[in-house]
Design a protein around this ligand. Sequence first.
Ligand code: NAD
Ligand code: 89V
Length: 343
Amino acid sequence: MTDLKGALIGCGFFAVNQMHGWKDVKGADIVAICDRDPERLKIVGDQFGIERRYSDAAKMFADGGFDFVDIATTVNSHRALVEMAASHTVPVICQKPFAPTLADAKAMVAACSAAGVPLMIHENFRWQTPIQAVRKALDSGAIGTPFWARFSFRSAYDVFSGQPYLAEGKRFIIEDLGIHTLDIARFILGDVTSLSARTKRVNPKINGEDVATILLDHENGATSVVDVSYATLQSVEPFPETLIELDGTEGSIRLTQGYELQVTNAEGTTNTDVAPTLLSWASRPWHNIQESVYAIQQHWADSLESGKETSTSGADNLKTFALVEAAYESAATKATVDIGKLL
Ligand code: NAD
Ligand code: 89V
């Protein structure tokens, strides 16, 4: 098969992982990059040997010569860039969080649908090896029908040094990190009908909330708790592991710190090491996230080639993004929010 040609917009902190990922992906290559910051453009262009460099996305689209675009900018630019891709009928990947508001996200899905171009949100956490292992164990039937789960990410890791903008916004942990955890909850237990949430800001140096506890009702009748914190100092720092407790009618699954999967049922308990692979360009503790970047990008290349919808398409990710909006609404009003009303 001929390699798909891609263009990447936004050469910042996280895009370096995406560029490494594209080098490993079979069937796709990055041929052009864009950043309005000349320093970032030079650093990434030189590191990955990309000749075609742009400071203006509109100019890059006008020149064309690529089959898809990968948007790795921060949230406020997502809508304009996705709509620009749609207007040039270029298939598009957009980093999470989808958009500043659900209304923007819906408009982006509508624009891509009207143009007939695939839109995938780079929601990579469900592609992590340990998360895929939990889903596989559940699908095997080993614990019967799931009725309860906890999806937990509690850390004191300094995310602000690499991503200083995270300290600035009025919204923080639900929009940036909880969005991944909520997506994992959907991936494991299916869509959500209603939720309620409570938030706190513990770190006085940031503007947004750094702790959130969210109670979810799933369509299949299961209940889950998503709890996230960047204010939790522990003896061994778990960043960036999502820990899972999942109870079913015939047994239970536990994904514990250190990437161990424990499946218990009437036959006993099996323990499996589900640690992510340390890719050649990856570094601990980020390797879990880095491997999932490669995995979701390979999924994009395969899906574009076969014409199949991606796992985290724009339409699918609206259902995750609605949970983010609902969590902020519930935390503000203390009411339970009906998700169907938002979609
Ligand atoms: P960053 O600020 O380091 O990089 C963003 C880059 O985009 C900057 O270099 C900026 O100059 C450029 N840019 C912004 N608007 C532009 C425009 N209109 N045209 C051209 N260039 C533009 O941010 P980051 O930390 O790399 O985060 C980028 C995105 O990745 C965010 O949405 C963030 O939430 C997401 N992210 C995802 C993960 C994950 O695991 N999926 C991890 C970290 C960050
Ligand atoms: O994945 C993310 O969006 C990152 C991090 C894991 C550090 O919160 O911002």
